[in-house]
Design a protein around this ligand. Sequence first.
Ligand code: GLN
Length: 538
Amino acid sequence: MAKFIFVTGGVTSSLGKGLTSASIGLLLEAHGFKVAHQKLDPYINVDPGTMSPYQHGEVYVTDDGAETDLDLGHYERFTHASLTKHSNYTTGKIYSGVIAKERRGDYLGKTVQVIPHITDEIKAGIRRAADGADVLICEIGGTVGDIEGLPFLEAIRQFALEAGRENTAFVHLTLLPFLRASGELKTKPSQHSVQKLREIGVQPDVLVCRTEHPISEEIRQKLSLFCNVPLKAVIEECDVAFSIYEVPQMLTEQGLDRLLLDRLGLRSEGARLDDYHTLLDVIRNPRGQVEVALVGKYIALTDAYKSVYESITHGGFASQVKVRVRRVQAEDVRPENVGELLSGVHGIVVPGGFGSRGIEGKIEAIRWARETGTPFFGLCLGMQCATIEVARHLAGLDAAHSTEFDPDTPHPVIDLMADQKGLEKGGTMRLGAFRCALRAGTRSRAAYGDETIHERHRHRYEFNNAYRERLEAAGLVIGGTNPERDLVEIVELRDHPWFVGVQFHPEFKSRPTAPHPLFRDFIAAALRHQESGVGSSS
Ligand code: GLN
C-alpha cells in the first residue's frame, strides 16, 4: 500500500507549498521510491481552464489533457511522477461529482452531506492518485483557517484514521514574519495556524518555516513546544538566494527526507543525488549570460508564463549560461519603437495566449526577429503570429490574420477546422498530448533527434492548410505535422539562423535536468547570436 504525505499551509498563501511538495518528491525519488503528486484546490471553479492568468497564473496541461493548477508544473519539473486528470481536484470538481451521483440516485434517497459524502469523494480521489506509487505527496491549496478549505482538511484527518497514522505524514508550511522594529522573527502566527489545524484533528509531524533569516535555537524550541512537533522536525526554509532548484538541497541538509522516511516506516540506503548535484553546480557556476525578450500579454505577473520562464532557464542550463529575460508588453510594441524595445536581446520568445490584445505588437516583434536574424521561438499563439507575419510580409497576403481576431479576413491563414465550426466554445479545444511527425532536414528534427514526438496542446485554432503551398513558396518550412489529421504543428524559416514556431506547448515538458530540446537549441542559437555580435547594443 502507498504511503501518504499531506502538505498544508498556514499564515499566508503563496508560501511555496508547491515547491516544497515537489522538493520532497525529488528527495524521495532519490531514495528510490516511486512518487505520485496531487493538488487539492479549495476554489469552486471545476478546473482552472477558464480562470484568468492574472488571477491564477498559468494553466498547466497534462498529457491526458487536464487543465490544472500551475503547481503541477513544479511536480513534473522536479520528479518523474506522471500526472493525470486525477492529480488536481478542486471543490467544484468534487461537488460536481457528488451532485451527478445524487441526480443518478446513487445515494438511494439519503440526505447528501459534506460529511461523509463530500469527504468520501475527496478520499476516493486521493486513493486514485496514489495508484501504483510508493508515496503520494498531496498538497492542499489555500491557507489553514479558510472556510472553503475545511472539507479537504477534514478529509485528510479521516484519511489518516483509515490508512493508519504510520502510513501518513502531515507537513505544515508556515511563515515566520520578521519584525524590523524589534529585529526578531515572530512565531505567534505559526502557533495559531497549528492550533487551527489541531482543532480539526490534524497534528503536523513536520513544520517547514519560510523565513528571511536563519532560525535561532531559541525560536526552534519555542516552535517545537507550542506547535507540538519534535525539535528536529522544525525545518528552516530560508528565502533562496540563487534558484528555486536549491530548495531540495536545503531540506535534505536538515534531514527532512530522513524524518519523513522514518515517520512512514520506509527503508532507504541513502539518496542518489548525482544528477541533482551536477545541476546545482551548473546553476551556481554559469560561464556567461544571454538576454532574451519575452513579448507577451501577461507580463506583469511572472506566474502567468511560469513554465515558459522555467523552460528558458533550463535552456540556459544546457549551455551553462544564465538567461536574463526582458519582459516586453506586447501592446507597447509598434513599428517605430520595436528596435528600441528589443535592442540588444539575443533571442525573442512569443508565448501562447487568447484574445486580440497585443497581437499586432507580437507580429511586429516577430517581423523584427526575422529581419534582424535574431533567434525566434513562438509557442502556440506565437506560432500563429509567426504564420500571419510571414503571410503578410513574405507571401504578399496583406490582410492575412487568424479568424480568432478578424473573422472577416480575406486570408484566414489561421482558422477553425471545419468540424469545429458551429460547436460551443467549451468543446472545441485541442487539449493534451498529440503525435507530431518531424520533417527531415529541419531545425526541429535536429533538435529532437527523433522522427516522431508527442507534445501537449491547448488551443482552438489551426494553421489553414489551404495556404500551405503559398506560404511554403514564400520561405516557410513545415517542420512537423500531426499525421492523424494532417495538422501543421511546426513552422520554421529557411533563411534564418533559428526561427521556429510550434502549435503545441513545449514548456510543459522541460525539466532542469533534461532541458527541452527546442528551448535548449533556442538558447544555444541566442548564444551564437551574441557571440557573432550582430545586433549587439553594447
Ligand atoms: N488563441 C489561440 C488558439 O486558440 C492560441 C492558444 C494558445 O496560445 N494556447 O488557437
